[in-house]
Ligand binder design. Structure first.
Ligand SMILES: *Cc1c(COP(=O)(O)O)cnc(C)c1O
Length: 357
């Protein structure tokens, strides 16, 4: 079977060595030695001023919205994983969708201003497939209208834009370290923030609001990463450069060998150091996509419709038509990319697509 992605498993012995530390410490959670070590390593590697590790990649979005959007309207993208929209609803905010750019697939910044109302508090945009939003223009709009900017950077581990970590843009950025993501801790995530005061608020919010054992800064939730999760992260991290190189090899192979007369691929924004996190291709029609998907499935190859459906069509939001996002969601398919996916399998996938599109 060839799935869209396969979780990278570090050598078991290396994971066991990390677990041994947990057993020696007799300390499983509440910001132990391993969580703090992983935070330190990631901070250095990513060149970010602050990082707080979390239990998953959804809680940091909710915390960011709770603090910055405060129940108001949130301008957001309809083309993302469902968590981007559901977090807005979960925090009792109102999503206001703005359609996406047809080639970058990120929120179309040229359409943001006309969606702003007196109730707008924040912009929550996704660097979808690790492709950066137009962060410069979004920053300008946010300053002009005094809005906060949150980036769902769940796909963006290791991405740099203008030689800076993508996590350094916006008021708050979040990432996911879920097992299907590029860097993973099984379940896990992180939040990033350059402003010390806001970072402090994020930090105490992820730990019940604690200010020491008997005092509280304010309201909070439990979003802490455990030592068991950090053990996985510490074991996976040394392999990241290799993992990204492997994925680059696979994507380069697709780029050279797929026939792009009918299908098209993602346009990566200029000045981006990309992370090869996904390989979406866009078909000329949904019918063609379904046909190719069915033939691939018969051969035990399982690409995924990331992201389908367009989030403005969810049954719990007010549906305003988003023609570009709906069209992309109907015609996009992410091809298999994972460590150890060999040329023979790639050749098979490519020949099926080239023959049937
Ligand atoms: C994976 C993902 C999330 C959620 O992350 P979890 O770690 O699974 O909670 C949020 N947003 C996007 C865009 C994602 O792809």
């Amino acid at each position: 079977m060839i799935p869209v992605t396969k979780t990278f498993f570090p050598p078991l012995e290396e994971y066991q060595n990390q677990l041994k530390r947990i057993w020696d410490n007799e300390w499983l959670t509440n910001r132990g030695e391993l969580v703090k070590e992983l935070e330190g390593s990631l901070k250095n590697k990513l060149e970010v001023p602050n990082i707080t590790l979390t239990a998953n990649g959804t809680l940091p979005i909710q915390i960011a919205l709770k603090i910055l959007a405060k129940g108001g309207e949130v301008i957001t993208t309809p083309f993302s994983y469902v968590a981007t929209t559901s977090a807005i609803i979960w925090e009792n905010c109102t999503p206001v969708f703005v359609d996406i750019h047809p080639e970058y697939l990120t929120i179309d910044e040229r359409k943001i201003e006309s969606a702003i109302t007196s109730k707008t508090k924040a912009i929550l945009a996704t660097h979808v497939f690790g492709n950066p939003c137009n962060v410069d223009e979004i920053e300008k709009i946010a300053q002009k209208y005094k809005l906060k900017v949150i980036y769902d950077a769940a796909h963006s581990y290791g991405v740099k834009y203008r030689e800076k970590s993508i996590f350094n843009y916006g008021d708050i950025s979040t990432c996911s370290f879920h097992a299907t993501k590029l860097f993973h801790t099984g379940e896990g995530g992180a939040m990033f923030c350059n402003d010390e005061k806001l970072n402090h608020e994020l930090f105490y919010s992820h730990n019940f609001g604690h200010n020491g054992p008997e005092d509280f800064h304010g309201v909070g939730i439990n979003a802490k990463m455990s030592e068991l999760q950090a053990a996985m992260g510490i074991s996976v991290l040394p392999y990241l450069t290799k993992i990204i190189e492997e994925r680059k090899r696979i994507i380069t192979f697709y780029n050279y060998n797929l026939n792009f007369s009918q299908i098209r691929r993602l346009l990566i924004r200029k000045n981006t150091l990309w992370n090869y996190s996904y390989y979406p291709i866009i078909f000329p029609s949904e019918k063609k996509l379904l046909k190719v998907k069915e033939i691939l499935n018969k051969e035990n190859i399982f690409p995924r419709r990331y992201f389908y459906p367009s989030l403005n069509t969810l049954n719990y939001v007010k549906n305003e038509p988003m023609p570009i996002s709906e069209n992309i969601a109907n015609t996009v398919l992410c091809l298999p990319v994972y460590y150890s996916l060999g040329d023979d399998k790639l050749t098979k996938i490519i020949s099926i697509i080239n023959k049937n599109v």
